[in-house]
Ligand binder design. Structure first.
Ligand SMILES: CC(C)(COP(=O)(O)OP(=O)(O)OC[C@H]1O[C@@H](n2cnc3c(N)ncnc32)[C@H](O)[C@@H]1OP(=O)(O)O)[C@@H](O)C(=O)NCCC(=O)NCCS
Length: 119
């Protein structure tokens, strides 16, 4: 949704091949989200996501939000993000959360969506 390549930070290898990406995504009302964090499968567990996230955090405003599947909670807690309860979420995320809950229930992956916040 609302993807703009100019906001993306990419990690490339020595031959210029894309290895990972991430972005700081602004939403209406001044809310900013750490988003689109992904590393190609063959390059995982080498610290690429960590490097991208730390690069983005160095220039990100606070609070900073993100959404992720529940299995990634420990991954993001490393940087101080904490899970928000429904009544703590900004309205944008409350709507998204309710929608995602229905969608995830439909695909039955056994995971839920989390909204997390870094102060
Ligand atoms: C999640 C993902 C981005 C991690 O990328 P990565 O480059 O392999 O991560 P890193 O190597 O930088 O890992 C940093 C640390 O997090 C840990 N970690 C990695 N994946 C983790 C996970 N799923 N859960 C908990 N910790 C994890 C690593 O062990 C590492 O710990 P260390 O610093 O103690 O060694 C990658 O697996 C991916 O692209 N997954 C599919 C897309 C996705 O789910 N993106 C997140 C959208 S919210």
């Amino acid at each position: 949704m609302s993807l703009d390549w100019r906001r993306f930070v990419v990690a490339v290898d020595g031959s210029g091949q894309l290895r990972g990406c991430g972005q700081l995504k602004p939403h209406r009302g001044g809310l900013v989200e750490l988003a689109s964090i992904a590393v190609v499968p063959s390059s995982r567990n080498k610290g690429i996501a960590r490097a991208i996230i730390e690069h983005l955090l160095a220039q990100a405003p606070r609070p900073l939000y993100l959404t992720c599947r529940s299995g990634l909670q420990p991954f993001y807690e490393r940087w101080g993000f904490r899970v928000l309860e429904l009544d703590e979420m900004p309205p944008y995320y409350r709507r998204l959360f309710r929608f995602a809950k229905v969608m995830l229930a439909l695909v039955e992956r056994g995971e839920s969506m989390l909204v997390m916040k870094l102060m």
